[in-house]
Design a protein around this ligand. Sequence first.
Ligand SMILES: [Fe+2]
Length: 196
Amino acid sequence: MTQQNKAQLSQFIYDIEAIIRKYAMESDILQRAKPLLEELLRSPNSISQESFKPRKDRFANNLIYLPDDKIFSVIGGVFLPGQATPIHDHFTWALIGIYEGEERESYYRRIDDGSNPKVAVIKKTGERINKKGHVTVLGKAGIHCIENVSDIPSLSVHIYGLDIGNTQRNTYNPVTGEIGNFISRYDSILRNLRTG
Ligand SMILES: [Fe+2]
């Protein structure tokens, strides 16, 4: 990664952080942050390969940036061919941009009243193939799953409105309705990209 690439990534994180600290409303943040992520995805070599370290057993979440007060996180995601997430939520807004490869993303909506913490009724609302440069925008209520449907690793950059790796979240079984809990953690933590 060149000094120029590092400077670009530092500037991206600086600009994203400024938006998040300035605006309280999810829609204001998402509308302003999305074009910055699209620009980063278009720039060759803007993200180092160490941000996209895969895992053999499941998709990997590598932490690119987390401020001290943990109000947002920037992640490098990697799915090897065939790897997929369960259907899950985030407890916050999310921006997910494809850096390389192709992912199938399915969207869901909870259609019960949300009163039972163990069972949910969800409905699939859409599906699409996301290619390089695409940015998915999810609000706090967003539920989805992602699968690498290509024969090369898919690499993506994610921004979330909290410390996503240390947040307890839900998975949803579309057949039984069962809600599961998980904490994703981080697989690799890159500490020096903001200032390096
Ligand atoms: Fe997700």
